[in-house]
Design a binder for this molecule. Structure first.
Ligand code: BGC
Length: 769
């Protein structure tokens, strides 16, 4: 089965899409899949994780580093570029197994000379601030070739320029560029060393923001000339800040070792990643590739070493969406990491601990207590979301949106993530290291946000926006209420755990947070929190108070009223606002999260009700419909929604621009959703009170799906086919683990295995015996 993504021609209209699709990265840096001769005009970018900058009144966004791979080839005076030079062939590919990008172009230079250019690059998984690239050039005839390669400081910015005080340097054959960020004056330095295959004369071209080396080669026909570039970037203020001297010595040292040695080390990390996370599907090559590609996209943006950054909604594919971290991470990406790499999952949830003060500031700003997490979170946890977050396409005026003010579920999502990590791993250190504090502060926020209705004798959560952003400022959004309830529940469980097992930590926390009274409040509110229930006749759970009274228009009819393809359907006078059309999974997401709370009939009734009314205006929607479709046995629907989510960054068929604003990029939540649809949906894996439950419902053409999972620090291999589910507990495991399929529960000893038999497609509840 192929691990290679390839395009075998060049289409200028796909430059932007391919920049996302062919991206490489290592969680600290993302490098877009553009070509070496491209510039900011083609959205070339090396996006840095966790470093943000603001210029003037424009919004804060992450920083794109100077481009250390920039390379211009000039043959007999003609610049070779796919944008302008005739070419005989072009191929570019991405190997998702080892995260390398390669291009192979045969240019036709004036006079008919064929010049083949091959390059390969990777962002090192071994050394997180290193990028290595090798280039090889072969000409069919003798020619004069000039290679200009260096660091292009003229970077693509949406709201920049973010870098200032450019200083170029050259020392002992190494070139460097140092800059500082506009707002926080943080240094961003970059150095490049090169290893040539002999034969060169050198000179430097320095235009104050960029520095290149110019090399002239008298090329002999048929002979291959090559070089390797070693580029190091220092920017990470939260770890050790490296000076230009440090990056100089880093690339100097790196250049003493060959490309293949560096590649070998990088590949070892990737081998390990796939060993932990690979999923093998028999019988469906397209689904197999799309799923692996989705996991690849998550691997290249996951923070492996830092707990101060999380994953932005558009990954590291540029400055889009302000490089902000949304609920996407906890609710859509975290499960993949929890099951495959719990150490990365820990980093992701610890990000909320490091941004707790920002969340406290936001709660205070709105007059609440506790922690109200940023809807769009950056380095400090202060909210990057603006009050007027959308521009009306008809009037060009900013529209008031309430994402920042009213999507209170974000605090519940943060607490949910931390608790999930604890439940999956049993690692209590996350609670001691600040996780417990986050959970308690989130619960406190909800207590101060909710209303006690004296007449109804219950707490209600009023004036919120749920996942469906087309309906803002609603009361008792079922999803939000369920998550608020869960936050209270886990806050109480956290307190109980600490009080019984670690009384000194418990006492300290209660005292430091002044939580004694709050604990009483939590207990009272938890017992009396209103949870919207299924209608006794239809079993449908109303999305929020009064939803069912809104106009029940067909989606097709609503869409026929659209005047501008970029118009916003929500907000003050959006087309969907007065109707039952929703942007994305809302009640259905709740059914997935609390799957053991709802009967098959309730799930079915709600899936069927909400599915035709969902516009899927967010890439977070399809995977949830896939998950619940699997749960209720609608395998075909599940499969179609799975493919939609798994191919999103392969087809590039999502919105790329609103007006002139680029909003494209990769879709990590959908990537995580593809993994969830396959493992939690089709294989039906689910952890409930320490028991791993399987409820398989494989798509028609899948013969089997095989994968590993980590639970409580132990590893299990699972293969699910149409009729059986085979589980093996790793030899190195120390504990027994319970598994359940249908009515059968077994305990698996370390090193042993078990095969559950079950009947046919669809519902794993039907046991063969
Ligand atoms: C969705 C949000 C999501 C955000 C970032 C929006 O379109 O409605 O739920 O968090 O995009 O992906």
């Amino acid at each position: 089965m192929s691990w290679i993504l390839e395009e075998s021609d060049f289409d200028p209209n796909r430059i932007t899409t391919n920049g996302n699709k062919f991206m490489i990265g290592n969680g600290a840096m993302g490098y877009r899949g553009t070509l070496e001769e491209f510039t900011k005009e083609q959205l070339t970018a090396c996006t840095l994780a966790g470093l943000y900058d603001k210029v003037g009144d424009q919004w804060r966004e992450p920083i794109n580093a100077p481009n250390g791979l920039s390379t211009i080839l000039i043959c007999n005076g003609e610049k070779l570029s796919l944008l302008t030079t005739p070419y005989e062939s072009h191929r570019q590919s991405l190997n998702i197994r080892n995260a390398t990008f390669q291009r192979q172009t045969v240019f036709t230079a004036p006079g008919g000379n064929k010049i083949e250019v091959k390059s390969q690059r990777f962002v090192s998984m071994e050394q997180l601030n290193l990028i290595v690239m090798k280039v090889e050039i072969t000409s069919s005839e003798d020619c004069e070739l000039i290679v200009q390669t260096g660091i292009d400081g003229d970077v693509w910015d949406i709201n920049g320029p973010h870098l200032e005080n450019y200083e170029t340097t050259e020392r002992d054959g190494i070139i460097g560029l140092s800059t500082v960020t506009h707002e926080l004056r943080q240094p961003v330095t970059i150095a490049e060393a090169i290893a040539w295959d002999g034969y060169v004369e050198q000179g430097y071209i320095d235009n104050s923001t960029s520095i290149y080396r110019g090399i002239s080669i008298a090329c002999e026909a048929g002979k291959t000339y090559g070089f390797t570039k070693y580029v190091a970037i220092s920017f990470d203020s939260s770890n050790e800040q490296q000076s230009l001297d440090d990056v100089y010595s880093l690339v100097h040292k790196a250049s003493k070792e060959s490309y293949s040695i560096h590649l070998g080390r990088h590949e070892q990390h990737w081998e390990r990643k796939w060993e932990l996370s690979d999923v093998v599907i028999e019988g469906d090559d397209d689904a197999q590739f799309a799923l692996r590609y989705s996991m690849y996209q998550l691997h290249i943006i996951a923070p492996t070493k830092s707990e101060k950054v999380s994953i932005p909604a558009r990954g590291l594919s540029g400055q889009v969406y302000k490089g902000a971290v949304f609920w996407d991470t906890e609710m859509f990406m975290l499960p993949f990491f929890l099951y495959s790499q719990p150490d990365v999952a820990r980093n992701l949830v610890m990000y909320r601990v490091h941004t707790l003060d920002g969340a406290r500031r936001k709660a205070a700003e709105y007059g609440f207590r506790g922690a109200y997490y940023a809807w769009e979170s950056q380095d400090t946890g202060d909210d990057a979301c603006t009050l007027f977050n959308i521009t009306d396409v008809f009037t060009d005026r900013p529209m008031r949106t309430y994402f920042r003010d009213k999507q209170v579920h974000i605090s519940a999502d943060a607490a949910h993530g931390i608790w999930q990590y604890y439940e999956f791993t049993g690692d209590k250190s996350v609670l001691f290291d600040g996780g417990a504090e986050v959970i308690l502060e989130c619960a406190r926020f909800f207590y101060s946000y909710a209303y006690y209705k004296e007449d109804k004798q219950r707490y209600e959560v009023l004036d919120v926006t749920g996942p469906d952003e087309y309906h803002e400022r609603v009361n008792n959004n079922a999803f939000t209420n369920a998550l608020v309830g869960q936050t209270l529940e886990i806050a109480l469980q956290t307190l109980e755990l600490l009080e019984t097992e670690h009384p000194e930590i418990y006492e300290d926390l209660i005292r430091r947070l002044d939580f004694k009274q709050d604990k009483e409040n939590m207990i009272r509110m938890y017992g009396k929190l209103y949870m919207p229930q299924p209608d006794p006749n239809t079993l449908v759970i109303e999305q929020f108070d009064g939803y069912s009274k809104l106009e029940d228009i067909e989606l097709k009819q609503l869409k026929s009223k659209i005047l501008n393809k970029n118009e916003y359907l929500g907000g003050g006078n959006g087309l969907a606002t007065t109707t039952q059309i929703l942007k994305q999974a809302d009640v259905v997401l709740m059914l997935h999260l609390f799957k053991s709370r709802y009967s098959h009939e309730v799930k079915k009734a709600n899936w069927e009700y909400y599915e035709p009314r969902t516009e899927h205006g967010s890439s977070l929607s399809s995977c949830i419909y896939a998950l619940v479709a699997s749960d209720i046995g609608y395998a075909d629907w599940a499969y179609n929604y799975f493919l939609r989510t798994a191919t999103i960054d392969l087809t590039g068929e999502s919105k790329q621009y609103v007006g002139t604003l680029y909003i494209g990029g990769t879709h990590p939540a959908a990537n995580g959703g593809a993994w969830m649809a396959a493992i939690l949906g089709f294989a039906g894996v689910h952890l409930n009170r320490g028991v791993v439950i399987l409820n398989p419902s494989l798509p028609e053409r899948w013969q089997s799906i095989a994968f590993s999972i980590h639970v409580s620090g132990q590893k299990f291999q699972i293969t699910v086919s149409d009729t059986e589910a085979h589980i093996r507990s790793d030899e190195v495991n120390a504990l027994e683990q319970s598994f359940r399929l249908g009515l059968q529960t077994i305990k698996l000893e370390p090193g042993s295995s078990h095969t559950f038999q079950y009947v046919g497609k669809g519902n794993g509840d039907e046991l063969a015996g």
